[in-house]
Design a protein around this ligand. Structure first.
Ligand SMILES: [Zn+2]
Length: 304
């Protein structure tokens, strides 16, 4: 049987959704989630940053939303920020998606991924584990900003290879590592501000634990950092941190000022790695953890 093409809707938009958490959490109808749990886990495991942190995740949801047009789904997503893997089960649903497409995704960018994928279960293609895995991984990469490739480019984004490979390819992995040097599962400065607004003891403990788990910090260091963060609640209330406060925060946590860190990160992204690497060693010493962990923490503080 001829395999269906994996289709896309070319819908670009340049502005990010304000306040969106960069890690994309896709809701998946519970029955689909349970049937393809293994494949979804595989996608989560392979679509990762340079440092191996996941960029997407999937959660079961008892709802199974249907739309007559996928654009309506996308508009809902833009207002609600709830990412979905939606299922077209018959021809009255998602009528804009043709029988020639096994799946569609709204294309995002590296900096502003999108979260609407529709899988076309109404076509005469067997949704084996393999096919499901390939289509979902392909569509997720569209959401993260990747377009189709052609010729002999050995990528899951190439129609010539999408079903012929297993999961994403080494080329795809390299591209992800280049474009996502840090985890997207970051607590951005915005989140830190939100976090600083929590004064419940339980939240502080949770965050200290997160710092220990993810950044290899000692318990006492994690507690000190958490205290710095929560103290901004008293300092600034609900308002956003001003530059001076960010500076103090960065100074206390990493050992250098916020602007210095931001500039080093910008240079790093442009391929000039020296100043950032110097700062990372400084911060690793201050926090008595590895440079790899500091790179992640750096991303938490500086990437938006
Ligand atoms: Zn595609």
């Amino acid at each position: 049987m001829k395999l269906m093409l994996v289709g896309i809707l070319l819908l670009f938009f340049s502005c990010g959704k304000p306040g969106a958490t960069p890690l994309v959490t896709y809701n998946v109808p519970t029955n689909i989630y349970n049937t393809y749990k293994k494949e979804l886990d595989a996608v989560t495991g392979e679509i990762v940053s340079l440092t191996g942190k996941q960029l997407v995740r999937f959660v079961p949801n008892d709802q199974n939303p249907k739309y007559t047009d996928s654009l309506d789904a996308f508009n809902d997503y833009r207002s609600s920020d709830n990412a979905w893997i939606l299922i077209k089960e018959n021809n009255t649903q998602f009528t804009d998606i043709s029988d020639g497409a096994a799946g569609i995704a709204y294309i995002g960018t590296n900096n502003s991924p999108t979260g609407i994928i529709v899988l076309n279960f109404s076509i005469p293609m067997t949704w084996s584990g393999h096919n499901f895995h390939q289509v979902v991984a392909h569509e997720v990469l569209h959401c993260l900003g990747y377009d189709h490739t052609f010729g002999d480019d050995y990528s899951i984004m190439n129609y010539n290879y999408v079903y012929g490979v297993s999961g994403i390819t080494t080329i795809d992995r390299d591209r992800l590592a280049t474009d996502f040097p840090f985890s997207l599962a970051v607590v951005t400065t915005k989140d830190l501000e939100k976090l600083a607004a929590f004064d419940e003891r339980e939240e502080s403990e949770k965050y200290a634990y997160h710092l220990m788990e993810n950044f290899g910090l000692s318990e006492s260091r994690a507690q000190i950092i958490t205290r710095h963060l929560t103290s901004y609640k008293k300092l600034g209330g609900q308002r956003a941190l001003n530059d001076r406060e960010k500076d103090i925060l960065s100074q206390e946590i990493l050992g250098f000022g916020f602007e210095k860190g931001k500039m080093a990160l910008e240079k790093y992204m442009q391929g000039e790695k020296e100043s950032m690497e110097g700062l990372i060693i400084l911060a690793a010493n201050k926090n008595k953890t590895s440079p790899e962990h500091i790179k992640e923490l750096f991303g938490e503080l500086f990437l938006k």
